[in-house]
Design a protein around this ligand. Structure first.
Ligand code: BG6
Length: 311
């Protein structure tokens, strides 16, 4: 249901030239960013970016036609924020997969307008989150719309004990046809094949002909930036460049046929037009954060059309 007073309040407090608040699907509040560079939408539920479209191009983020917008379930598609753990909880299978941040309602901290539009959302620990994960934290999720879309997650330890986290920006990208799509940037990288539970090494670019669920690691040297991943999509005539900072691991996921059928909020043929390339701190790349300290991971998404490449 549309909550007019909440939307009005958000517009009064944080609305700016190019940044408006509106009720989205299921009546959930969302921020709508519009500039000469393109458009983006961010739901407060999950701090979830659901839409990004450069002004001279097509939508970049894949959204499931069967996504649930009930304010409880994580939205299927866009950029779910995975925190504090990646995948299943290590010891308690009763805990939510990929943590709780993607199911929580975030607050608007600030907005900024100009040639770049920016919105910062936040999520802090509460008694309810501490029942699931017993730590004090504050998250800031900053989304900036300019020539690229940049999404940055900062995790602050506001408590007096260190904690370990394995967050991810779990981005779903639109592709024309996954069977004709390849991803470069991971050549020779080591990866964990989550389906076989084994370590392997990538040869050449990544192509798709079956379910893929892999955690790629960036080189052996700590501090090495992850090389940009590039989705090569001849069907749609574009390249999507994905750069990461504060991350030494990237997850590449396509559920293929059987898993698509098993997911209730995912169309059976949805796997054909999507791929997830996630900026992560997964597995051995998880991060320890000391009291008072922060850790930031950033994903930048830049689209290059093939016409532009020729010119
Ligand atoms: C990926 C995982 O990040 O997310 C996959 O590597 C998982 O194993 C996928 O299936 C989707 O997870 P969920 O919880 O959103 O269905």
């Amino acid at each position: 249901m549309r909550d007019e007073s909440l939307i009005d309040e958000l517009n009064e407090r944080h609305g700016l030239d190019g940044i408006r608040f509106d009720s989205g699907q299921g009546g959930l509040p969302k921020a709508v960013l519009t500039s000469r560079h393109g458009t983006a939408e961010i739901y407060l539920h999950g701090g979830h970016v659901t839409h990004y479209q450069p002004s001279d191009g097509e939508p970049v983020l894949w959204m499931s036609d069967e996504a649930v917008f009930d304010g409880n379930k994580a939205i299927r598609g866009g950029i779910p924020v995975v925190f504090p753990w990646f995948g299943p909880h290590q010891t308690d299978k009763g805990q939510p997969q990929h943590g709780f941040a993607r199911n929580a309602t975030w607050k608007v901290d600030s907005t900024a307008s100009g040639d770049e539009l920016a919105i910062v959302l936040s999520l802090a620990s509460t008694l309810a989150t501490k029942r699931i994960w017993p730590h004090d934290f504050k998250l800031k999720l900053s989304t900036t719309l300019a020539q690229s879309l940049e999404v940055s997650l900062t995790i602050q330890n506001t408590g007096d004990k260190h904690f370990e986290v394995s967050p991810a920006l779990h981005t779903y990208f639109v592709v024309g046809d996954i069977r004709k799509t390849s991803i470069t940037g991971f050549e020779d990288a080591h990866f964990v094949d989550q389906l076989a539970d084994e370590q392997r090494q990538q040869r050449g670019s990544i192509t798709f002909g079956e379910e893929v669920d892999r955690i790629y690691f960036a080189g052996a040297k700590p501090g090495n930036p992850v090389r940009p991943a590039v989705i090569m999509d001849d069907t749609l005539g574009r390249r999507i460049e994905i750069s990461s900072e504060g991350s030494q691991s990237s997850v590449v996921w396509n559920p293929w046929i059987d898993k698509s059928k098993r997911m209730s909020d995912f169309p059976d043929d949805g796997y054909l037009t999507m791929v997830c390339v996630e900026t992560a701190n997964a597995a051995d790349d998880s991060r320890m954060i000391e009291p008072g300290k922060t850790h930031t991971m950033t994903q930048s998404i830049h689209v290059v059309s093939q016409d532009a490449q020729k010119g």
